[in-house]
Design a protein around this ligand. Sequence first.
Ligand SMILES: Cc1cc2nc3c(=O)[nH]c(=O)nc-3n(C[C@H](O)[C@H](O)[C@H](O)COP(=O)(O)O)c2cc1C
Length: 181
Amino acid sequence: MKQEFDGNILSPLPIVLLGTLIDERPNYCVIGYISPFDFGNHVFFSLYKKRYTRVGIQENKTFSVNVPSEDLIDEVNICGSKSGRDTDKSILFETFYGELETAPMIRECPLNMECRVTDILDYDPNEGIVGKVIKSYANADLVKDDIVDMRRAGLFAWTIAGDFSFYRLGEQITSESDAED
Ligand SMILES: Cc1cc2nc3c(=O)[nH]c(=O)nc-3n(C[C@H](O)[C@H](O)[C@H](O)COP(=O)(O)O)c2cc1C
């Protein structure tokens, strides 16, 4: 037996803090509908047009993707519920910049990427934002021989299908040597 659902139930999804620069101030917003594609050279995310984040996307055509660890849950909850229009979310984190000078990144997040907007698709009332990944950064203490130790990164994922919760990553069940081309 299968129970039917209307719409998308793809789970789990990554949860990220999406950074933009608006009037010279960093703003961070939670995005759950995001995915890499093009073998990871680009990312795609869904942005409701009323988000303050959209102002920064339009202003600079750049953004950052910051993957939070579990110890940042309180900050994630704020960034996913308060708008930068009335709350200064830049004070929650230490910001750093990479090659793009208008894509603020969060030092406390173990994984960061800076991206340049290449396409904006109209899916009213949302937009699909496509960005080219310009450069990625990982906390150096997690990296050995160019491999990020994901077990120590404290990452978590978001589920949908009515559940809408965060889950920490579990045990590793495969390794790269198991994979075939
Ligand atoms: C788990 C979770 C996932 C979310 N995913 C999205 C999303 O994919 N797209 C979106 O536009 N808003 C999403 N939001 C809502 C925004 O994060 C929220 O409205 C935020 O306050 C907007 O901030 P801003 O107005 O400063 O841009 C999500 C919120 C949560 C808690």
